[in-house]
Design a protein around this ligand. Structure first.
Ligand SMILES: CC(C)(COP(=O)(O)OP(=O)(O)OC[C@H]1O[C@@H](n2cnc3c(N)ncnc32)[C@H](O)[C@@H]1OP(=O)(O)O)[C@@H](O)C(=O)NCCC(=O)NCCS
Length: 318
């Protein structure tokens, strides 16, 4: 705690008026400090996300290896933002042009973190990856890519997004999307098999992003989703937003809520984040998710996938 007090003094941020519990205090304090630091130093420059590592809460969530991935990505945002071949993704190191980024760097990542993801990989990338990464004897995990252009998203999703929500549900307003809620979102996603991002990433403090949360009448999360600009100007997907981290409370599934959250996220991507297209990833056997994406106007892109090469058999996320 001493460090956070010292840091606040250094950044001249006001002391919170009350301190209802440890987690609220530290998470709010953390995000306040990051935001202040961004304003002061230029966006994201020099942020040390682990500045509160000596107190109970951290912006990361999940198993130690997942938290390490989140931290490594968050720390690298500035580097990845303009690096040819790199994707700004808040979990595994992701590459959309392996030749541009170089196979040696990819091998270094696998040696250090045990995992790398190829986004938009075709057969030639996959066979090259098999050859280049053979020394790690990796497991391969795949997701299909679905995409739509902005006009299609507006055409299909406007109607779905604006349908009345089931009784008792409300969409959290932007000013309600706090660090405390982002922590709840991490729990919610994790519970439903979706590996979350760090709190600053979810709050759009590291790269342009929008978190969508629907709450039930008991102030619990009913559904969540996320849209983000994860491709830099060198990317074959430049201008395309990634939409993901979609999950619905199991008690509320099959009622159209997944499609509605997904539609809201896709619309936010094009209307608020300025995307010219959107993309989502889905496992071949995730039938509800595939139907949800198609219901939002996205279509399967043949011949390209998301390929994760990992030293572990764990897929990390659905
Ligand atoms: C995927 C998920 C978000 C869908 O939420 P949902 O609220 O049940 O979805 P919806 O009710 O909006 O249904 C979306 C489409 O899937 C279909 N669907 C829903 N459940 C289904 C099921 N069990 N089997 C087959 N189709 C199903 C619906 O009929 C609908 O298609 P339609 O518009 O053509 O009728 C939800 O199942 C979930 O949270 N899963 C766990 C997390 C996850 O897998 N996230 C996606 C990661 S890519």
């Amino acid at each position: 705690m001493q460090r956070s007090v010292a840091l606040r003094a250094k950044l001249k941020t006001p002391k919170p008026k009350h301190r209802p519990d440890q987690s609220e205090y530290t998470l709010a304090d953390f995000c306040h400090a990051v935001t202040y630091h961004q304003i002061r130093c230029g966006k994201n420059k020099g942020i040390k996300i682990n500045m509160f590592k000596d107190i109970n809460d951290s912006p990361y969530f999940g198993a130690p290896n997942i938290q390490a991935l989140q931290k490594n990505r968050d720390d690298q945002v500035e580097d990845l933002r303009d690096l040819p071949g790199a994707v700004i993704h808040a979990r595994t190191f992701s590459v959309d042009d392996p030749e541009a980024i170089g196979w040696q760097r990819i091998k270094d990542v696998v040696a250090k973190e045990g995992i790398v993801t190829f986004r938009g990989a075709d057969e030639s990338v996959i066979s090259k990856a098999r050859k280049e990464l053979a020394e790690f004897d990796p497991s391969e995990h795949y997701w299909d890519i679905f995409m739509a252009d902005a006009a299609t998203i507006r055409d299909v999703c406007s109607h779905v997004a604006s349908m009345p929500l089931p009784a008792g549900l409300v969409r959290m307003a932007d000013d309600g999307i706090t660090a405390k809620l982002a922590r709840q979102v991490q729990h919610f996603l994790n519970e439903h098999g979706v590996s979350p991002f760090s709190i600053p990433a979810l709050l759009g403090q590291l790269f342009d992003a929008k978190l969508v949360v629907l709450m039930n009448s008991n102030d619990q999360i009913a559904a969540a989703g996320f849209a983000a600009m994860t491709h830099n100007r060198h990317s074959p997907f430049a201008g395309t937003a990634w939409v993901g981290l979609i999950a619905v409370d199991p008690a509320l599934r099959g009622m159209g809520l997944g499609k509605q959250v997904d539609a809201i996220c896709n619309l936010a991507a094009v209307d608020e984040l300025g995307a010219s297209a959107t993309m989502e990833f889905v496992a071949r056997d995730n039938i509800p998710s595939r139907a949800m994406l198609e219901g939002c106007g996205l279509r399967h892109v043949e011949g390209k996938s998301v390929a994760m090469f990992s030293r572990s058999a764990d897929r990390i996320t659905r």
